[in-house]
Design a binder for this molecule. Structure first.
Ligand SMILES: [Zn+2]
Length: 245
């Protein structure tokens, strides 16, 4: 298995790790620990580089399976099993994804507060995301109201905390699963919770900024009707207000 550093330390952008296994056909490496997020919950996988000494292997894709986290590389020569490698994220892209992901959760909280409407789907890329809601009561004027409230909440610099709950405890709190479909397989015994303190608390595996102030200004770029009361809200976050060193 792979130690998932990103799960508890979203700001870790480098690591050293050991190659546990090699899949030469697919050109991918299983590592014993990683900062590379394999994707999930609407957040795309990371990209970046692995270094073996001075040799750089570009990480073009990251996936996970029962064995751990696989790093797909664009390289002809692969290191041997047991080799120590250094990994480094494309941090500009990842930090934009963290800001975008936190903006999405903040929007969940704002929409929930006003309409008690659950999310039915979502997706994101760096700087932009969309969430689908079951929102039969939506009026055209609501766009400006929601955008203003979203930015008011972000500007409060609410802390974003990561908690881990035993499955039984999480199951007793249905509000943690904000999506309509229960996305958590029964095999998952510990549930990771992302808590924007005072605004939104939900089960989630993704990487987030540590407080909502880091998101900066968020704009609702479009609200589309998807029929029968379903609405797709597209949100964009402005360029990095405080690029990390
Ligand atoms: Zn999420």
């Amino acid at each position: 298995m792979t130690e998932r550093i990103y799960s508890t330390e979203s700001y870790a952008r480098e690591m050293t790790a050991r190659v546990l296994r090699i899949d030469a056909d697919d050109r991918r490496l299983l590592l014993d620990r990683t900062v590379f997020y394999p994707g999930g919950g609407g957040q795309p996988h990371d990209v970046g580089s692995l270094w073996v000494g001075d040799d750089e292997l570009e990480v073009v894709r990251v996936t996970q399976d029962a064995d751990g986290v696989w790093h797909w590389v664009a390289a002809t020569a692969l290191p041997k099993e047991g080799t120590e490698v250094r990994g480094e994220l494309d941090w500009v892209r990842r930090h934009a994804l963290m800001r975008t992901h936190t903006a999405m959760h903040a929007l969940c909280g704002v929409v929930w507060e006003r309409y008690r409407s659950p999310v039915t789907g979502g997706n994101m890329k760096p700087g932009e995301g969309r969430l689908d809601f079951d929102l039969p009561d939506w009026q055209a004027d609501d766009r400006a109201v929601i955008e203003e409230e979203l930015n008011r909440q972000l500007a409060l610099r609410r802390t974003v905390e990561i908690d881990f709950l035993p499955r039984e405890e999480a199951d007793r709190d249905p509000s943690l699963i904000r999506t309509k479909v229960n996305l958590l397989p029964a095999s998952i015994r510990t549930v990771r919770i992302v808590d924007i303190v005072g605004l939104d608390r939900q089960a989630d595996g993704g990487t987030h900024v540590s407080d909502t102030g880091q998101v900066g200004i968020a704009r609702i770029v479009k609200v589309e009707s998807k029929g029968r009361g379903f609405r797709r809200i597209r949100v964009a976050v402005a360029d990095d207000p405080e690029p990390s060193p």
